[in-house]
Write a protein that binds this ligand. Structure first.
Ligand SMILES: *[C@@H]1O[C@H](CO)[C@@H](O)[C@H](O)[C@H]1NC(C)=O
Ligand SMILES: *[C@@H]1O[C@H](CO)[C@@H](O)[C@H](O)[C@H]1NC(C)=O
Ligand SMILES: *[C@@H]1O[C@H](CO)[C@@H](O)[C@H](O)[C@H]1NC(C)=O
Length: 559
């Protein structure tokens, strides 16, 4: 009997230690490294990779903050009490609709000179030293579709080149609850500039018998799909606790489908007689992926269709005139999809730069094409503080079409990978917050992993939130990984943006707020300045949050 009691106590103690142990294992700290680029990276190896502290249950009358900054904090978690409980809005506050500075065409023509003119009031409701920001959950805007990156050939090849345990660290970092929980990802339909060579599905030289369609010139998937992308996607999906949704985009058409008979080059239009075959090609790709266990939520109508002729040398692409593109979408692509098992797929058009929203896209959307598509994809490369009005105005004109950021990356061909550069995290956070404050429903990054050469690639290198060092079998999480994570991790699909009195970045801060499906409120607060910034967030349903954000920091607040 005595013996029994002792052993029970002993067992309890072991159990207690085991729980402590698990708690320690749960959060892994960043092993940081400074390459002298104004910030640090976190090193991940077979045996170690930093994780995000879990949110857990938030104590009564408290809020949780997660902070990352230039000085090296990475998802540093704190729990704090609300300062004051309020039941009334401060005197002088009134709801002021967020309007961008408008540069209308008709303004230039001298009409409506003052219509919708930016007032500036909403920006600074309270200009006192510790500026107050009202969070008003009763005013709601767009619903979030998700956040993620692209399973490019380069991404999948880099992942499959890692040791098996490093592959697991990488996929957990992006997809699991230990990581930043991506849930909306892009899958190129074939080659892009981030492939080892340019190919289409008709000149594939795999010997495997896979999904062959003689009507399409012996369409078949390639080694990139079967050995790299599909296995990586299936594993990412297995690790995701949120439903992983995918959309696909094409860069490359078979050479003989194009007027210039070339994967690249100027004037690369699809031949008029082959419009239906080009739509069938899309359907066949969806069929083949489905046969391999991968289903798509969405499809874009082609990567950068309106700039494919002026693109930098080497990037493969298909060029369209906007009205021809509209006709192909309306008469070929959409009817083909609607008559197939993929009839519920979301069709996303544009998949190109923000300034084309009003300059070009309306020409594509005429004659009913507007009603054939569900949304509009945006690339970030020409985003500025002064062209957000295009998002607002597009939303006003086409309220039924969602806006989704479908590609962005840091670095150009000359100034590509900069390990640890915090300024790049700030550009991500600035762009994501700006998009979200102007009706955009999610943000999808470009390559998830590149090697130290910014590849594999057939054209110029760029930067990526994770860089793989093949020689050392380790990868480096760049500041941009954390910038994206401050949104993707905490703003799940189905969250709705809510009003704050700072709807747009002032010179150095960005603020955006959401109500999540589980009822929590999330506020992302970016300080891009060299000084500490104090803000008092007022939510009359809960109280006041007094926060001093360190220089060059991103803070996510949840309550
Ligand atoms: C729309 O349809 C009309 C009538 O069929 C045609 O004349 C016009 O060119 C079409 N416009 C576009 C942009 O496709
Ligand atoms: C918008 O901002 C960019 C960069 O700050 C600048 O180059 C451009 O001239 C501005 N455009 C307008 C219309 O003000
Ligand atoms: C990559 O790993 C090799 C081997 O450990 C090392 O010599 C090299 O410095 C690493 N590169 C970077 C950029 O850290």
């Amino acid at each position: 009997m005595l013996h029994y009691l002792v052993s029970k106590k002993f067992l309890a103690r072991i159990l207690w230690f085991a729980i402590l142990e698990i708690n320690c294992v749960l959060t892994q700290e960043c092993i940081s490294k400074d390459y002298g680029n104004g910030g640090t990276i976190c090193v991940c190896t077979d045996h170690h990779c930093d994780t995000v502290p879990s949110l857990g249950k938030i104590p009564l009358n408290s809020y949780v903050t997660y902070t990352s900054n230039k000085d090296g904090l990475r998802f540093k978690k704190t729990v704090q009490k609300f300062k004051i409980t309020r039941t009334q809005l401060p005197k002088g506050y009134h709801y002021q609709e967020c309007l961008s500075e408008i540069h209308h065409e008709y303004e230039i023509c001298g009409e409506n000179q003052n219509k919708n003119k930016y007032s500036g009031i909403y920006k600074n409701w309270d200009p006192s030293p510790s500026k107050s920001i009202i969070i008003d959950r009763s005013k709601t805007f767009q619903e979030i579709l998700g956040f993620g990156g692209a399973f490019s050939d380069a991404t999948a090849i880099n992942i499959k080149t890692m040791s098996v345990s490093l592959q697991a660290q990488l996929l957990k970092s992006y997809f699991s609850e230990d990581g930043i929980e991506y849930n909306l990802c892009r899958v190129p339909m074939g080659a892009t500039d981030f492939s080892t060579h340019v190919y289409s599905y008709i000149d594939s030289n795999t010997n495997e018998v896979n999904c062959i369609d003689p009507a399409l010139g012996n369409f078949k998937l390639t080694k990139e799909d079967l050995s790299y992308k599909i296995p990586v996607i299936l594993e990412a999906n297995r690790l995701s606790s949120r439903k992983l949704q995918l959309f696909t985009s094409t860069w490359v058409a078979p050479k003989h489908f194009k007027e210039n008979n070339n994967y690249r080059g100027s004037m690369g239009f699809i031949k008029k007689g082959l419009y239906q075959l080009w739509a069938d090609y899309f359907q066949k790709f969806l069929d083949c992926y489905k046969d391999n266990g991968v289903n798509f939520w969405g499809i874009t109508t082609g990567n950068e269709p309106y700039v494919a002729n002026v693109q930098m040398e080497g990037i493969p692409g298909v060029l369209w005139f906007p009205d021809d593109h509209g006709q192909w979408i309306r008469e070929n692509l959409v009817p083909t999809l609607r008559n197939s098992v993929h009839r519920n797929i979301k069709v996303i058009t544009l998949d190109d730069q923000r300034p084309l929203l009003l300059a070009v896209l309306p020409k594509t959307l005429t004659n009913g094409t507007e009603h054939c598509v569900h949304g509009v994809g945006l690339h970030w490369y020409l985003d500025q503080d002064n062209n957000t009005y295009l998002l607002d105005e597009f939303h006003q004109r086409y309220p039924n079409l969602f806006l989704l950021a479908t590609e962005g990356c840091e670095g150009d061909w000359v100034n590509n990978i900069r390990l640890g550069a915090w300024d790049r995290a700030e550009r991500y956070a600035w762009d994501i917050a700006q998009d979200l404050n102007h009706w955009v429903t999610g943000w999808v990054d470009w390559n998830m992993v590149l090697d130290l050469d910014g590849g594999p690639r057939v054209a110029g290198p760029v930067d990526s939130p994770i860089i793989f060092n093949k020689t050392a079998n380790e990868f480096y999480k760049q500041p941009t990984y954390y910038a994206l994570g401050h949104f993707s991790k905490f703003i799940p699909r189905g969250s709705v943006r809510i009003y704050t009195t700072q709807c747009d970045g002032d010179d150095l801060t960005d603020i955006v707020a959401f109500k999540r499906p589980d009822g929590l409120i999330v506020v992302v607060f970016v300080n891009r300045g060299d000084h500490q910034v104090r803000r008092v967030f007022i939510d009359i349903k809960r109280g006041e949050i007094d926060i001093s954000a360190s220089p060059h920091s991103i803070t996510t607040i949840l309550y």
